[in-house]
Design a protein around this ligand. Structure first.
Ligand code: C2E
Ligand code: MG
Ligand code: MG
Ligand code: MG
Length: 286
């Protein structure tokens, strides 16, 4: 009897493993097709100056637009793209498209100076040996000023192989590209390395910002701001959803912000009109 149910369990286990593996393979196949069919699009979320509320950059965020019109968020496909290696062509597409969009904004007279385009790099993208060359080549092909680009990398990716990360960061910095550490505070950073890495920006993870009414989170946010400034970096607070969070962060000396309170991620047409309105409003008050 016991043996019977044991077998049963093994069968169920095998079956669900197989189902899972098939689902992963389906997703990979679909991602490959989606890439061929250009179903990946970028949305852009404005990043703003907490003191003046002026937009000072945008973060490019990829979405998968299914033929049905459904927009699939990145958390649902980036891990599979990362695992399958598809993140490499997908990431190259994202970088090139973000540069092109930046060119269109600039030609349209939008985006003050300085104004940056932030692009996320996953672990596998950052660790590819040709990364720096690829970024340099893309910027040249798209005729984008290196100083207009910021790359966002998480601390765990940097700290995993800090010495090779250092070489890459230096290569990017020498070329003039900005470096931001994304989701800061959620991983493990060696302060010794943080101090040596050529970093421009720390992005405080959304979790600390949304929990800022708790004393513990507020302490963390304040510490990250202090740390960033001592390292000579500026700080972006992610996920600002309320005016009181915004005021609180500005009071703590946080430089920049990003979140639904100011603007949600939007397509390029909406971004163009958003930036146009912002600049119009600023022109009037000057
Ligand atoms: P991330 O880089 O930390 O991006 C910020 C995420 O927070 C975005 O989610 C954005 O929509 C969301 N967000 C911004 N403000 C608020 C807010 O006020 N409230 C809330 N609840 N959320 C807010 P999204 O677009 O779903 O992206 C999720 C993650 O996927 C990104 O986190 C990033 O790690 C990854 N990702 C997105 N685009 C790319 C890409 O092109 N390449 C790579 N490698 N990863 C990407
Ligand atoms: Mg990011
Ligand atoms: Mg982030
Ligand atoms: Mg985040």
């Amino acid at each position: 009897e016991a043996r019977k149910s044991g077998w049963g369990r093994v069968r169920v286990f095998e079956w669900s493993m197989r189902q899972r593996a098939e689902r992963v393979m389906d997703l990979e196949t679909n991602l490959r097709l989606a890439l061929d069919h250009r179903e990946f699009i970028l949305h852009y979320q404005p990043i703003f100056d907490l003191k003046t509320l002026a937009p000072c950059g945008v973060e490019a965020l990829v979405r998968w637009r299914r033929p049905t019109g459904e927009l699939v968020p990145p958390d649902e496909f980036i891990p599979a793209a990362e695992q399958s290696g598809l993140i490499i062509p997908l990431g190259a597409m994202v970088l090139a498209e973000a540069c092109r969009a930046m060119g269109r904004l600039r030609r349209g007279g939008l985006g003050g100076n300085p104004f940056f385009m932030s692009v996320n790099l996953s672990a596998r993208q950052f660790t590819q040996p040709e990364l720096v060359k690829q970024v340099v080549r893309t910027l040249r092909d798209e005729r984008m000023a290196p100083g207009d680009l910021k790359l966002e990398i998480t601390e765990s990716v940097l700290m995993e192989h800090p010495e090779s990360a250092m070489l890459k960061l230096r290569g990017l910095r020498e070329f003039g590209v900005g470096i931001g550490i994304d989701d800061f505070g959620t991983g493990y950073s060696s302060l010794a390395y943080l101090q040596r890495f050529p970093i421009d920006t720390l992005k405080v993870d959304r979790g600390f910002v949304s929990g800022m009414d708790e004393y513990g989170n507020r302490v963390i946010v304040r510490s990250i701001i202090g740390l960033a400034h001592s390292l000579g970096c500026d700080v972006v607070a992610e996920g600002i959803e309320t005016e009181s969070q915004l005021r609180d962060l500005a009071g703590l000396g946080c430089d920049l912000g990003q979140g639904f309170f100011y603007a949600r991620p939007m397509d390029e047409a909406a971004l163009t009109s958003f930036l146009g309105k912002e600049e119009g409003a600023r022109g009037e008050t000057l």
